[in-house]
Design a protein around this ligand. Sequence first.
Ligand code: FE2
Length: 205
Amino acid sequence: MPLEQKPLGFDSAALEPSIDKQTMEIHYGKHYAAYVNNYNDAVKKQPELDGKPLHEVLAKDCAMVKEEIKTAVRNNGGGAHNHALFWEILNPAGKPGAEPVGKLADAIKRDFGGFAQFKEKFEAAAKTRFGSGWAWLIKKGDKLEVISTANQDSPIMQGAFPVIGLDVWEHAYYLKYQNRRPDYITAWWNVVNWKVADDRFGRAK
Ligand SMILES: [Fe+2]
Protein backbone atom coordinates (compact mmCIF):
# COMPACT_ATOMS: atom_id res chain seq x y z
CA MET A 1 0.00 0.00 0.00
CA PRO A 2 1.60 3.28 -1.05
CA LEU A 3 2.30 5.99 1.47
CA GLU A 4 -0.43 8.61 1.52
CA GLN A 5 -0.29 12.31 2.30
CA LYS A 6 -1.31 13.13 5.84
CA PRO A 7 -4.40 15.35 5.68
CA LEU A 8 -3.65 18.96 6.54
CA GLY A 9 -6.54 19.13 8.98
CA PHE A 10 -7.16 22.85 8.49
CA ASP A 11 -7.60 25.39 5.72
CA SER A 12 -4.43 26.58 4.02
CA ALA A 13 -5.28 30.16 5.02
CA ALA A 14 -5.84 29.25 8.67
CA LEU A 15 -2.30 30.11 9.78
CA GLU A 16 -2.40 33.65 8.39
CA PRO A 17 -0.71 35.99 9.05
CA SER A 18 2.11 33.88 10.53
CA ILE A 19 2.24 31.53 7.53
CA ASP A 20 0.48 32.71 4.40
CA LYS A 21 -2.07 30.81 2.34
CA GLN A 22 -0.05 30.60 -0.87
CA THR A 23 2.99 29.22 0.93
CA MET A 24 0.85 26.59 2.62
CA GLU A 25 -0.80 25.60 -0.66
CA ILE A 26 2.50 25.14 -2.45
CA HIS A 27 4.25 23.64 0.55
CA TYR A 28 1.55 21.06 1.21
CA GLY A 29 0.23 20.54 -2.32
CA LYS A 30 3.50 20.53 -4.26
CA HIS A 31 6.59 20.03 -2.08
CA TYR A 32 5.07 17.57 0.39
CA ALA A 33 3.19 15.76 -2.38
CA ALA A 34 6.46 15.35 -4.27
CA TYR A 35 8.22 13.79 -1.27
CA VAL A 36 5.40 11.29 -0.83
CA ASN A 37 5.23 10.45 -4.57
CA ASN A 38 9.00 10.15 -4.95
CA TYR A 39 9.16 7.93 -1.88
CA ASN A 40 6.52 5.63 -3.35
CA ASP A 41 8.41 5.50 -6.64
CA ALA A 42 11.68 4.62 -4.89
CA VAL A 43 10.06 1.88 -2.81
CA LYS A 44 8.90 0.11 -5.98
CA LYS A 45 12.51 -1.03 -6.27
CA GLN A 46 12.32 -2.70 -2.83
CA PRO A 47 8.76 -3.94 -2.49
CA GLU A 48 9.17 -5.33 1.04
CA LEU A 49 9.31 -1.71 2.26
CA ASP A 50 5.83 -1.09 0.89
CA GLY A 51 3.45 -0.45 3.77
CA LYS A 52 6.18 -0.37 6.41
CA PRO A 53 5.87 2.54 8.85
CA LEU A 54 8.21 5.33 7.78
CA HIS A 55 9.86 5.59 11.18
CA GLU A 56 11.00 1.97 10.81
CA VAL A 57 12.32 2.54 7.31
CA LEU A 58 14.25 5.66 8.36
CA ALA A 59 15.70 4.16 11.55
CA LYS A 60 19.47 3.83 11.88
CA ASP A 61 20.23 5.84 8.77
CA CYS A 62 17.77 3.80 6.72
CA ALA A 63 19.57 0.58 7.64
CA MET A 64 16.92 -1.67 6.08
CA VAL A 65 17.01 0.16 2.74
CA LYS A 66 19.12 -1.20 -0.07
CA GLU A 67 21.96 0.92 -1.39
CA GLU A 68 20.42 1.60 -4.79
CA ILE A 69 17.51 3.58 -3.33
CA LYS A 70 18.99 4.73 -0.02
CA THR A 71 19.49 8.36 -1.05
CA ALA A 72 16.01 8.61 -2.58
CA VAL A 73 14.44 7.08 0.54
CA ARG A 74 16.50 9.23 2.89
CA ASN A 75 15.51 12.45 1.10
CA ASN A 76 11.91 11.66 0.21
CA GLY A 77 10.97 9.37 3.08
CA GLY A 78 12.60 11.88 5.41
CA GLY A 79 10.71 14.67 3.67
CA ALA A 80 7.40 12.83 3.95
CA HIS A 81 7.93 12.05 7.63
CA ASN A 82 9.20 15.51 8.59
CA HIS A 83 6.35 17.28 6.85
CA ALA A 84 3.67 15.02 8.33
CA LEU A 85 5.01 16.03 11.75
CA PHE A 86 5.16 19.68 10.73
CA TRP A 87 1.46 19.75 9.72
CA GLU A 88 0.54 17.93 12.91
CA ILE A 89 2.12 20.48 15.24
CA LEU A 90 0.71 23.59 13.57
CA ASN A 91 -2.19 25.25 15.30
CA PRO A 92 -4.67 27.48 13.46
CA ALA A 93 -5.99 28.60 16.85
CA GLY A 94 -2.48 29.43 18.08
CA LYS A 95 -1.87 32.69 19.88
CA PRO A 96 1.23 34.85 20.22
CA GLY A 97 2.88 34.12 23.54
CA ALA A 98 1.59 30.54 23.79
CA GLU A 99 3.87 28.32 25.82
CA PRO A 100 4.42 24.58 26.27
CA VAL A 101 1.94 22.69 28.43
CA GLY A 102 1.76 19.55 30.53
CA LYS A 103 4.66 17.18 31.05
CA LEU A 104 6.50 18.70 28.11
CA ALA A 105 6.54 22.08 29.86
CA ASP A 106 8.01 20.40 32.96
CA ALA A 107 10.67 18.61 30.93
CA ILE A 108 11.64 21.82 29.09
CA LYS A 109 12.10 23.53 32.45
CA ARG A 110 14.14 20.59 33.74
CA ASP A 111 16.42 20.26 30.70
CA PHE A 112 16.80 23.87 29.53
CA GLY A 113 16.00 25.91 32.63
CA GLY A 114 12.79 27.32 31.15
CA PHE A 115 10.87 28.11 27.99
CA ALA A 116 12.87 31.28 27.27
CA GLN A 117 16.17 29.41 27.39
CA PHE A 118 14.81 26.60 25.23
CA LYS A 119 13.41 29.08 22.72
CA GLU A 120 16.72 30.88 22.43
CA LYS A 121 18.52 27.61 21.73
CA PHE A 122 15.93 26.47 19.23
CA GLU A 123 15.97 29.78 17.36
CA ALA A 124 19.76 29.71 17.19
CA ALA A 125 19.61 26.21 15.68
CA ALA A 126 16.98 27.32 13.15
CA LYS A 127 18.84 30.49 12.16
CA THR A 128 22.26 28.91 11.84
CA ARG A 129 21.24 25.82 9.87
CA PHE A 130 23.10 26.62 6.67
CA GLY A 131 21.06 26.07 3.53
CA SER A 132 18.05 23.80 3.78
CA GLY A 133 17.10 21.80 6.82
CA TRP A 134 15.21 21.63 10.08
CA ALA A 135 15.48 22.68 13.70
CA TRP A 136 14.23 20.16 16.24
CA LEU A 137 13.28 19.59 19.81
CA ILE A 138 14.11 15.94 20.29
CA LYS A 139 13.94 13.40 23.05
CA LYS A 140 17.03 11.27 23.20
CA GLY A 141 17.24 8.79 26.02
CA ASP A 142 15.62 10.57 28.95
CA LYS A 143 16.56 14.07 27.90
CA LEU A 144 15.29 16.80 25.66
CA GLU A 145 17.77 18.38 23.28
CA VAL A 146 17.78 20.94 20.49
CA ILE A 147 19.45 19.96 17.24
CA SER A 148 19.25 20.83 13.58
CA THR A 149 19.50 18.53 10.58
CA ALA A 150 20.45 19.13 6.96
CA ASN A 151 18.16 18.55 4.00
CA GLN A 152 15.34 16.18 4.96
CA ASP A 153 17.25 14.19 7.53
CA SER A 154 15.08 13.15 10.46
CA PRO A 155 16.17 12.81 14.09
CA ILE A 156 14.78 9.28 13.80
CA MET A 157 17.77 8.42 11.61
CA GLN A 158 20.02 9.03 14.61
CA GLY A 159 17.85 7.27 17.16
CA ALA A 160 16.05 10.31 18.58
CA PHE A 161 12.35 11.11 18.77
CA PRO A 162 11.29 14.42 17.16
CA VAL A 163 8.87 16.25 19.47
CA ILE A 164 8.55 19.38 17.34
CA GLY A 165 10.35 20.49 14.20
CA LEU A 166 10.64 23.70 12.23
CA ASP A 167 11.10 23.55 8.48
CA VAL A 168 13.68 26.18 7.50
CA TRP A 169 13.82 25.33 3.81
CA GLU A 170 13.22 28.47 1.77
CA HIS A 171 10.09 26.83 0.32
CA ALA A 172 8.58 27.13 3.81
CA TYR A 173 8.83 30.90 4.03
CA TYR A 174 10.28 32.64 0.99
CA LEU A 175 7.06 33.94 -0.60
CA LYS A 176 6.20 35.96 2.49
CA TYR A 177 9.49 36.47 4.27
CA GLN A 178 12.04 36.31 1.41
CA ASN A 179 15.49 36.33 3.03
CA ARG A 180 14.14 37.11 6.50
CA ARG A 181 14.29 33.64 8.01
CA PRO A 182 14.43 35.08 11.57
CA ASP A 183 11.06 36.80 11.05
CA TYR A 184 9.52 33.53 9.91
CA ILE A 185 10.93 31.79 12.97
CA THR A 186 9.48 34.47 15.26
CA ALA A 187 6.06 34.16 13.61
CA TRP A 188 6.10 30.37 13.69
CA TRP A 189 5.98 30.29 17.50
CA ASN A 190 2.49 31.83 17.21
CA VAL A 191 1.16 28.72 15.48
CA VAL A 192 2.81 25.89 17.40
CA ASN A 193 0.29 23.45 18.82
CA TRP A 194 1.67 22.85 22.32
CA LYS A 195 -1.08 20.40 23.20
CA VAL A 196 -0.08 18.17 20.28
CA ALA A 197 3.59 18.66 21.17
CA ASP A 198 2.84 17.44 24.71
CA ASP A 199 0.95 14.45 23.30
CA ARG A 200 3.89 13.63 21.07
CA PHE A 201 6.27 13.94 24.03
CA GLY A 202 4.06 11.46 25.89
CA ARG A 203 4.48 8.99 23.01
CA ALA A 204 8.25 9.45 22.77
CA LYS A 205 10.21 6.30 23.25
FE1 FE2 B 1 9.02 21.90 3.70
